[in-house]
Unconditional design. Structure first.
Length: 165
């Protein structure tokens, strides 16, 4: 990062990190850890200017292998690969990536093809809602609340974390 110069889109170096894991606890030689703890205090000059342990143009994707020991008798579901419910999922979402719950070889191939398409530049932005919701505006002007104006579904205004391309 270029401290004191802001974020320069022309210095963008988009990269993706692909983690292949079994989704279980973190282990080391002496114990099993329940959570991933990242050191956020660094002795380097300027480190107080960094809030996250990753760059703004890095994305983390996790392939969580949930392969069964015996073949399943149920037919394989077609469609998108579901998100896994492991500890790494939250870190993936913060960076603008996601986790994949891989149960078959076909799902693994589908994930790899999807990841090849996700190498693109973008910025992760936190949108914070401030103030009350805007008044509903109907066909007859303000005050006509017979039809919702929200064209993005019935979800009200809210704070969110999105990747902008």
């Amino acid at each position: 990062d270029n401290y004191g110069q802001g974020r320069n889109p022309f210095f963008l170096e988009p990269s993706i990190l692909i983690t292949i894991t079994d989704g279980n606890k973190l282990t080391n030689t002496s114990s099993v850890q329940e959570e991933l703890h990242l050191p956020l205090n660094s002795p380097l000059p300027g480190s107080e200017l960094t809030k996250e342990p990753f760059r703004w143009d890095q994305r983390l994707f996790a392939l969580v292998l949930r392969l069964p020991g015996a073949p399943s008798v149920e037919p394989e579901q077609l469609g998108s690969v579901p998100t896994d419910e492991s500890a790494i999922t939250q870190m993936c979402e913060v960076t603008g990536g996601r986790s994949y719950c891989v149960r078959t070889q076909r799902m693994l191939n589908q994930c790899l093809e999807s990841l090849a398409q996700k190498v693109q530049s973008g910025v992760v932005i936190n949108f914070e809602k401030s103030g009350p919701d805007p008044p509903h505006i109907g066909e007859d002007g303000p005050g006509d609340a017979t039809r919702p104006v929200n064209s993005f579904g019935s979800q009200p205004w809210h704070s969110c974390h999105k990747l902008i391309y």
